[in-house]
Design a protein around this ligand. Structure first.
Ligand code: ACM
Ligand code: ZN
Length: 527
């Protein structure tokens, strides 16, 4: 039989006769040594089959550590008469063996044919990003995403916590960030206010929940752009101390942090000190995407900073800011990630990892950064952005995107840490839409993250989708049907048009009006 396991294990052989049926009498050997693995199995059995293990029968599931498995997260799984044996080099390996077993049990309604599996991940970094900035997702919704990540063998939860449209990280030193910045008076398509933030206790719970699933949490505090919510709370953070409200519309904003004032750095560093205390995995994302220089051109503080630091172009303030914040965090022992927005002569230190979303860059520039030793994570907009409609990124193109970008050689391919699926949320207001956007594309991306390139095939992946849908439906989360996920004809056009309606609520016109007002007030006057 073919087990429809997603992501596909590297090696799997199976028989055609049932040799093992899990009942409540099944005994687990080694359970006390691997609490995370056993808890994941017990939760699955309780939720999907209302089954509680009593452990007195002859069938056994055995967990064992095994040094012969070379990869840290690797495992073997063997199904024989009345016995399932899962071996891992570490508990993480055993945990991933359990994720595979859950899918096999779901497919076989608790009965298993004989099987031998040898498995390990293609990439050490297998990420999923949730944008809680645009829409607030409850702590419970975050737990659901974490469970789903584990099932897909994903191990880094990137939590986008701040945006123009909402600041979700509670700061004790700067309470207005959430008191003012977590609220917007309306959203794109309706006039209903939207708000919400995570308390420190909430975020600690999320970190704890993630750790129980072998997931590390990377908070993102996106600066110096995408900061209108922070400026609404503390106007001095902007050039010209602008009085603003948290953004209600979609689109890149021109009001960004003032890089000239020292007070901006003092403020942000104090916030980041609080962030580092809560998120204990030693990794942080500092954003750095989409930063117009319009205000910096006119701001006397920013112009003075350029002069003092010998910066040639206004856009060099972008690098100056990211370098300073990056170094501050690196000196605290943090690994730092940023979006890959620009390549210039003056770039942040190559120890800052690039999250690669902008694929429009010149190949030579990318190669240059690779030569410098910059590591990167692949999240191309036109393949791994889950908010994009299926008409633009269908399941097949999502699956077939090759993360091994040009410029990588055998000597430097270790710089490619892995891949990440990004669920941006400006047009994803609830779990229903989130589920629709995410499934089945997350299955495709998880296979690019876990399964080695030589073992991937879209045809084979499609044959496993029935089993995948069975599992997703059992989790009780929304999903796109196969017809929706690979739309053709009118369905494809409709999907794209529905997406393009966002242009109706783009803040571009507002930007033009404001920019001209600021130019009049602060621009150089012609004599
Ligand atoms: C991004 O999509 N602006 C990272
Ligand atoms: Zn300024």
């Amino acid at each position: 039989m073919i087990y429809p396991i997603i992501p596909k294990p590297q090696k799997i052989t199976t028989g055609d006769t049932v040799v093992f049926t899990l009942t409540k009498y099944c005994e687990i050997e080694g359970a006390d040594k691997f609490p995370k693995a056993i808890n994941s199995l017990k939760k699955f059995l309780a939720e999907s089959f209302s089954l509680e293990l009593l452990g007195t029968g002859k069938e056994k599931i055995r967990f064992e550590l095994c040094n012969e498995i070379s990869a840290d997260e690797g495992y073997t799984l063997s199904v024989k008469a009345d016995e399932v044996i899962i071996r891992g080099r570490t508990e993480a390996g055993i945990f991933y063996g359990i994720q595979t077993l859950k899918q096999m049990l779901m497919y076989g309604d608790l009965s298993l044919c004989s099987a031998e599996i040898e498995d390990e991940p293609a990439f050490p970094y297998r990420g999923f990003m949730l944008d809680s900035g645009r829409y607030f997702f409850t702590k419970e919704a975050v737990f659901t995403f974490l469970e789903i990540m584990a099932l897909h063998k994903l191990n880094y939860f990137h939590w986008h916590l701040t945006e123009d449209q909402g600041w979700r990280f509670q700061s004790e030193k700067h309470p207005l960030l959430t008191e003012i910045g977590s609220y917007r008076s309306h959203t794109n398509f309706n006039s209903v206010p939207h708000s919400g933030y995570y308390t420190k206790e909430d975020m600690k719970e999320v970190v704890e929940y993630a750790h129980a699933l072998h997931i590390k949490v990377i908070p993102e505090i996106d600066t110096p752009g995408h900061t209108v919510s922070a400026i609404a709370a503390y106007p001095f953070l902007s050039c010209f101390d602008r009085n603003m409200v948290t953004a209600t519309k979609w689109g890149v904003k021109h009001d960004v942090l003032c890089v000239g004032k020292e007070s901006t750095f003092e403020f942000m560093q104090a916030v980041l000190d609080e962030v580092v205390e809560i998120f204990t995995d030693g990794i942080i994302h500092i954003g750095g995407d989409e930063v117009p220089t319009t205000r910096w051109e006119l701001c006397p503080h920013c112009q003075k900073r350029m002069k003092d630091e010998g910066l040639k172009e206004t856009s060099d303030l972008h690098t100056y800011y990211l370098s300073r914040i990056g170094n501050y965090l690196r000196d605290k022992g943090m690994e730092v990630i940023m979006w890959n927005d620009r390549v210039k002569d003056y770039m942040p230190d190559s120890s800052l990892c690039w999250q690669f979303w902008n694929t429009d860059m010149d190949k030579k520039d990318i190669e240059g950064e690779i030569k410098k030793g910059r590591s990167f994570i692949i999240s191309p907009e036109r393949a791994y952005y889950l908010d994009l409609p299926y008409g633009l990124v269908n399941l097949k193109s999502c699956y077939e995107y090759d993360p091994y970008i040009e410029g990588l050689t055998d000597e430097n391919k270790h710089l490619l840490k892995g891949v990440e699926a990004c669920l941006w949320a400006e047009f994803v207001p609830d779990m229903e839409k989130a589920g629709y956007c995410t499934f089945p594309r997350l299955g495709a991306i998880s296979e690019s993250a876990w399964t080695k390139k030589e073992n991937k095939s879209y045809e084979n992946f499609s044959e496993r989708l029935d089993g995948y849908y069975k599992h997703i439906k059992a989790i009780n989360i929304n999903h796109a049907t196969l017809k929706q996920a690979i739309p053709t004809g009118i369905r494809k056009t409709a999907s794209t048009l529905y997406w393009e309606r966002r242009k109706l609520c783009w803040g571009g016109l507002e930007n033009l009006i404001t920019n001209s007002k600021i130019q009049k007030m602060y621009g150089k006057k012609d004599k």
